[in-house]
Design a protein around this ligand. Sequence first.
Ligand code: FAD
Length: 331
Amino acid sequence: MNYDKLKMLLKDQLGEDAVIENADMRDYTSFRAGGRANLLVIPETLEELRYTLYMLGRASADCNTCGGCSGCGGCSSCESPAEEIPYMVIGNGSNILVRDGGYEGVLVRLGDGFDYANAEPDGSLTAGGAALLRTVAVAAANAELTGFEFASGIPGSVGGACFMNAGAYGGEMKDVLTEVITISKDGSVERLVPANELELGYRTSALEKSGDIVVKAKFMLKKGSREEIENTMKELRRKRNEKQPVNLPSAGSFFKRPEGHFAGALIEEAGLKGLSVGGARVSPLHAGFIVNEGGATGRDIEALMRLVQNTVEAKTGIRLLPEVRIIGREK
Ligand SMILES: Cc1cc2nc3c(=O)[nH]c(=O)nc-3n(C[C@H](O)[C@H](O)[C@H](O)COP(=O)(O)OP(=O)(O)OC[C@H]3O[C@@H](n4cnc5c(N)ncnc54)[C@H](O)[C@@H]3O)c2cc1C
């Protein structure tokens, strides 16, 4: 199956608006930089997601030329090799950089049907994979549930936060997540996975290996005072606004924290605060952030990343590794 056939089938089933061709990923990532994706598909329901994943799985297995022989990896009638159509799920795009040459494949983003957060009387809170952490934090506060405040300023979705085990100010998803509902990458298997099977570690989880997609997550919180919860969130917001370049596009802390160190401190000590390449700059406010000062390309950002990595390594022997997930190809 080729892109045109896949596009047609997806548009038929999901509607025109749910399938965006040549999607400018600057509109879907917080860095506001980088290239396009051949297709961006936005399923609104579980059925649409399943269908999308099923068709994408088939698209990679089917013959490119005659459209037959599903699954053989090469067509027995015409002997043409199957066309690989890469695909992956994205969340709110707050930890992703798409290189300038774009993502040659299909990106899947959960739509509005996955954007909900419902608190239960027993202190649990269930949220869809596309719900923003901010939405979950507000729902928790409204229900007088405490424990999610740490995540209220992280600009990710529930799915992306589970995948990354996102954390801040002494808390992380691992502390509050009890289970997720996932769909396998080919759309065929739905599973309830207890959080302790997700191997949640520092900005990592088993979802990276499995490729499973989080459609729903359940958190367990504690009864608290709404006023205190809101005050904590306010205080954390104030700290973020003071310490982080929140007014410029970025993907948050660019590098993972190396054991026993802080990436920002190592970068600052290496004299790199404020360093720029094209439109990308090491934030003068927080050296752990690379910001897009306007018109930065993916190439600028990666060049600056390498400059920082090489300089810090030469001075300290420590190689900083990106926390940001870089996908797609060079221009
Ligand atoms: C200003 C700013 C501040 C930030 N501060 C913090 C912070 O304090 N702490 C922190 O941890 N992070 C922080 N981040 C980074 C980012 O917000 C988190 O990593 C967040 O969890 C990413 O979620 P997302 O929905 O944007 O995922 P994306 O960036 O879209 O994707 C990240 C990864 O998750 C995967 N993924 C996305 N959705 C799903 C899903 N439904 N199922 C399975 N996998 C999925 C993607 O395939 C990708 O590999 C910050 C970013 C910015 C821009």
